[in-house]
Design a protein around this ligand. Structure first.
Ligand code: PAF
Length: 280
């Protein structure tokens, strides 16, 4: 696998790739790679001639300094994992290489998607995501980029950015990968204590039960039921649960039979914030 630290070296390599009309698949990550990332990358490998992965812990998308400082960084292990699946190229730039001396976000208008759910609790988060993803797209110029549906709001926001800025890249969302006990895979899971790790599968259990109730009970009743389950839980603290339209991400009021809905949840397991969602 080729490893690039600078934009210019990566671009040189990719310009050779492009000369032979090869399709480039791109998987942007913040590292601490797990099976979920690997499945995205393997899918990209199947669909494209060349697959590029980026590992970059993007400072501008963290609304919390401590979360950024504690975000797991395991580049050596990430390289081993990527080599084990024969990934073609890794882009692992420094913060300076991306932002030079100006670590700030651009401001985006995502037509309101940014004000729902995560946007209410993580100020500036989606401007940071938009900034880095757009920058990476401009460097890599991929044909297709792949994102996991665990961050479903992020996926919709990136699709919106691509549409509004006419970026020449296709965006594909891929299914959530789960541990055997149902916990959605996340780099943050490695930071859970044993006690919280054992408690965390409760999140998906409740999502599955909520899904069963949806259709029999109103969205409001299901939401209240979920809140009650977390109020009773001794360890996990619910930040939000909402049932929202997949396209607008707006909380459902009256169910429209032609729309698709998802239950979205954010939960604190101690100081680790976990998110998940399920299609209803
Ligand atoms: O989902 C992530 O890991 C990040 O938000 C992304 C898309 C790599 C941007 O930093």
């Amino acid at each position: 696998m080729k490893i690039f630290k600078t934009k210019s070296d990566l671009k040189k390599y990719l310009s050779e790739v492009k000369k032979t009309h090869k399709s480039i698949g791109f998987v942007p990550t913040m590292g601490a790679l797990h099976e979920g990332h690997l499945s995205l990358i393997k899918h990209a490998q199947k669909k494209n001639n060349v697959t590029v992965v980026s590992v970059f812990v993007n400072p501008t998308q963290f609304d919390n300094k401590e979360d950024l400082e504690k975000y797991p960084q395991t580049l050596e292990n990430d390289v081993k994992l990527l080599e084990s699946i024969n990934c073609d190229a890794l882009f692992a730039p420094s913060v300076k290489e991306i932002y030079e001396d100006n670590i700030t976000s651009d401001t985006f208008n995502f037509d309101g998607l940014e004000y729902q759910m995560e946007g209410k609790f993580r100020e500036g988060h989606f401007d940071g995501v938009g900034t880095i993803v757009k920058t990476l797209f401009e460097i890599v110029e991929p044909d297709v980029a792949y994102f996991g549906k665990k961050d479903f709001q992020q996926l919709q926001i990136i699709k919106k950015m691509v549409e509004k800025h006419n970026l020449p890249v296709k965006i594909k969302g891929r299914p959530i990968f789960r541990e055997e006990d149902g916990l959605a895979m996340s780099s943050r899971n490695t930071r859970l204590t044993k006690e919280y790790r054992e408690a965390a599968p409760f999140i998906y259990k409740i999502l599955k039960k909520a899904k069963k109730k949806f259709g029999i009970k109103s969205a409001n009743d299901v939401t209240e039921w979920v809140k009650k389950q977390f109020n009773k839980h001794p360890l996990l603290e619910l930040e939000y649960f909402t049932i929202a339209d997949e396209e607008t991400l707006e909380t459902v009021d009256v169910i429209n039979l032609s729309a698709d809905y998802r239950g979205f949840i954010a939960v604190f397991a101690g100081d680790i914030r976990l998110i998940d969602n399920i299609r209803f």
